[in-house]
Design a binder for this molecule. Structure first.
Ligand code: ADE
Ligand code: ZN
Length: 315
């Protein structure tokens, strides 16, 4: 099964580049940039990766991103991701980045984007992997702050294909970002949003109707609302599901309890993605293998999911 999955061409549509920062590289960048980490070793850092929910993860994830200072730091991190995922059959990636995590520390938007673009070009020429960037707004911050971030991004408009919405979901509904998404769409950008990971089905409705997203990131809580599931099926709106993430962040108790197979059976266009692989114990290939094992997916079902990933992509 593993060889079959690794040889299957796949696209990844839900991947936070800051979530690919492995502990080893984090220590290397900390030392390169003269930054002290709170943990004495790679092992101690890894041991801290025990999460009770989304927020407990985000706290440690934002802290880790503090070692990223220079253009080459972003390029090195992204290149490490491309190499690893490419070895597991990745052909195309649509990659989230969180500019506010960096600009709030005094790093220029341009520095982040130049580093990521450099890695994208190398991934294409050295590995044959194509990619696009999706600018995510942090939903625990205000819409005005998101608007300022869009202002910073527009001089580099061609660097991104879409805007997205991530960070703490509960209490921060998509409707909070109606104006900034409207402006981004007017600039010709596509839209996606995290919704229905920890938040209720209502947030998925809002993402569709107010933000006018083309895909829902996670979306697994749609299952609580049969009318919503019917809409996702009728309109073939893709869900970018992240199985290992959902178990690590306690959305499901175990992978066997995951609803991906039920959604697939109902006709929802599901895809499999890694979210933050350095924190959740698996890249795209490992997410496919673990999910296929736990839910007893057939080869035909796995092929459907891989095909969905290209159908759902923006290329
Ligand atoms: N940022 C990084 N990973 C995330 C996730 N799974 N949900 C929301 N925001 C995130
Ligand atoms: Zn995510």
């Amino acid at each position: 099964m593993r060889e079959f999955i690794e040889s299957l061409p796949k696209a990844e549509l839900h991947l936070h580049i800051e979530g690919t920062l492995e502990p080893g590289l984090m220590f290397e960048l900390a030392s390169r940039n003269g930054i002290a980490l709170r943990y004495p070793s790679v092992e101690a850092l890894r041991a801290a990766y025990q999460f009770s929910d989304l927020q407990s993860f985000l706290d440690i994830y934002y802290e880790g991103a503090g070692v990223l200072q220079k253009r080459e730091d972003f390029a090195d991190m992204a290149m490490a991701y491309f190499r690893k995922a490419s070895s597991q059959g990745l052909k195309h990636a649509e990659i989230f980045f969180d500019p506010q995590t960096h600009t709030s520390r005094g790093i220029k938007y341009e520095t982040v984007v130049r580093g990521l673009r450099e890695a994208q070009e190398r991934a294409k020429s050295e590995l044959g992997v194509t990619s696009a960037l999706i600018l995510c707004f942090l939903r625990h911050l205000s819409e005005d702050e998101a608007m300022l971030t869009l202002d910073e991004a527009l001089p580099f408009r061609d660097a991104i294909v879409a805007v997205g919405l991530d960070s703490s979901e509960r209490g921060h509904p998509p409707s909070k970002f109606a104006r900034v998404f409207e402006r981004a769409r007017a600039e010709g950008l596509l839209a996606v949003a995290h919704a229905g990971e920890e938040g209720p089905p209502e947030y998925i409705w809002e993402a569709l109707d107010i933000l006018k997203v083309r895909r829902i990131d996670h979306g697994v809580r749609c299952i609580e609302d049969p009318r919503l599931v019917q809409r996702l099926v009728d309109e073939q709106i893709p869900l970018t599901v992240c199985p290992l993430s959902n178990v690590k962040l306690r959305v499901f108790d175990t992978l066997r309890d995951h609803n991906l197979k039920r959604l697939l059976d109902l006709g929802v266009k599901v895809t499999i993605n890694s979210d933050d692989p350095a924190y959740f114990g698996g890249y795209i290939g490992e997410n496919y293998v673990a999910t296929a094992d736990a839910l007893a997916l057939t080869q035909a079902e796995i092929e459907t999911i891989a095909k969905n990933s290209f159908d759902a992509s923006f290329v």
